[in-house]
Design a protein around this ligand. Structure first.
Ligand SMILES: Nc1ncnc2c1ncn2[C@@H]1O[C@H](COP(=O)(O)OP(=O)(O)O)[C@@H](O)[C@H]1O
Ligand SMILES: [Mg+2]
Length: 378
């Protein structure tokens, strides 16, 4: 490439990372990561708390120095050309640069001015971003009165003032209610449709599935899988079923039947509870019929979309070992009380008991699917 005009991005790769490593006092938080992100795409980094997502972003965003390895952003080295890289990225997430005492509009104008815009330009840019993020009606309200979703949108708006071509979004929807989460997804899709490249971290398989063109799965600083969301899901199945047996003595027989009908390995939740991924709910019905024929009584059934737990199990044959919100199998690798470990938004700990509140709904879903299957067959 002859020209290095930072306003146009001829590089096909927005990010290219090779052998990235980060040690903290002998603890290896990121353990040799390689990946590349084509310009104009959404790349998802999927992993539990403590798997190294933020540490990876911080190295790419020139906030922290890799212990080993290197990374390029639009062809610029994050260590030797950090000043250029910083002009090409927007970073939002786990720090709040927002001034509480100012309104959303004032914050946006302040940052615009700090970035060198004229007063008129800063005002225009603030108005555009307030509109884009549906914050116009609350533009003058004190930030202290903002909801979590509004704050998150403002945080993202602030990071977009300079119109960076590469945007890092660190768990942009963790802790958001479902409606605000969908809004955030739409915003992210809009950014990409306008030409931005997004690197997004998440603990939610469905989020990576919905948004990302490519995904890598991190576990304790290592990449345990990468590919398209479809490839990832193909290794997991489209649903996950959890069965509680009335008698623990039926466990082995039930596990055998499930493995035969579903053609997957069955996870043990406890002495009388099994869990397995399935290619679809119709298979669950087949499994229930087979269990019924074998005279195995079932106390509870729970069918849900696969979670990151299932991805990890499918990929590694075990539950993730990052920092865990609920350390019920006592083998978690991380130390206790690390910052951020309490922020778990509840996507974790999915190996626990079925939520009884959701039970009725899940059972009715199965019954519904049952009817449909029967209808198809008759
Ligand atoms: N500044 C730091 N000093 C020491 N350990 C850290 C530091 N930052 C992160 N870690 C540790 O590195 C690991 C990865 O952390 P992080 O990248 O924040 O994970 P994630 O963002 O996936 O939750 C965790 O075990 C975390 O406690
Ligand atoms: Mg993090």
């Amino acid at each position: 490439m002859e020209h290095h005009d930072t306003r146009r991005y001829p590089e096909p790769l927005a990010i290219e990372a090779r052998g990235l490593v980060k040690d903290f006092d002998g603890f290896r938080a990121v353990d040799g990561i390689d990946f590349s992100v084509p310009t104009g795409s959404i790349y998802g980094v999927l992993g539990p708390n403590g798997s190294g997502k933020t540490t990876t972003i911080n190295m790419l965003a020139t906030i922290s120095k890799p212990t080993a390895g290197c990374a390029k952003v639009f062809g610029y080295d994050t260590q030797t050309q950090a000043h250029i890289v910083r002009q090409l990225i927007g970073l939002t997430g786990q720090f709040a640069s927002i001034d509480e005492s100012l309104s959303a509009q004032e914050n946006l104008m302040l940052f615009g001015r700090l970035l060198g815009l004229s007063a008129a330009e800063a005002k225009k840019r603030a108005a555009d971003l307030l509109e884009e993020f549906a914050l116009t009606t609350v533009a003058k309200r004190p930030i202290a009165k903002f909801s979590g979703g509004m704050r998150r949108r403002l945080d993202l708006a602030v990071s977009l003032i300079s119109q960076p071509p590469l945007i890092f979004l660190d768990e942009p929807t963790t802790g958001l209610d479902p409606r605000t989460r969908i809004q955030m997804w739409e915003t992210i899709e809009r950014l990409v449709s306008k030409g931005a490249t997004v690197l997004l971290t998440t603990q939610y398989l469905d989020e990576a599935d919905h948004l990302a063109d490519k995904v890598m799965v991190l576990d304790r600083g290592k990449v345990v899988a990468d590919g398209t969301p479809d490839e990832l899901k193909a290794s997991v199945g489209s649903a996950s079923v959890q069965l509680s047996l009335e008698a623990a003595s039926d466990f082995a027989a039930a596990a055998q039947i499930l493995e035969r009908v579903l053609a997957v390995q069955v996870m043990t939740v406890d002495a009388s509870t099994l869990r397995a991924s399935t290619p679809g709910t119709h298979k669950v019905i087949d499994a229930l019929l087979a269990l019924g024929e074998a005279g195995i009584p079932i106390a509870e059934i729970n069918v849900q979309k696969p979670t990151l737990d299932e991805v990890f199990f499918a990929l590694t044959g075990k539950a993730p070992e990052g920092e865990r919100a609920e350390g019920d199998n006592g083998d978690s690798a991380g130390g206790a009380g690390k910052p951020g470990s309490a922020s778990g938004a509840g996507s974790w700990g999915g190996m626990g008991k079925p939520r009884t509140a959701a039970h009725a709904a899940e059972v009715s879903k199965v019954a519904h699917a049952d009817k449909r299957v029967k209808g198809e067959r008759s």
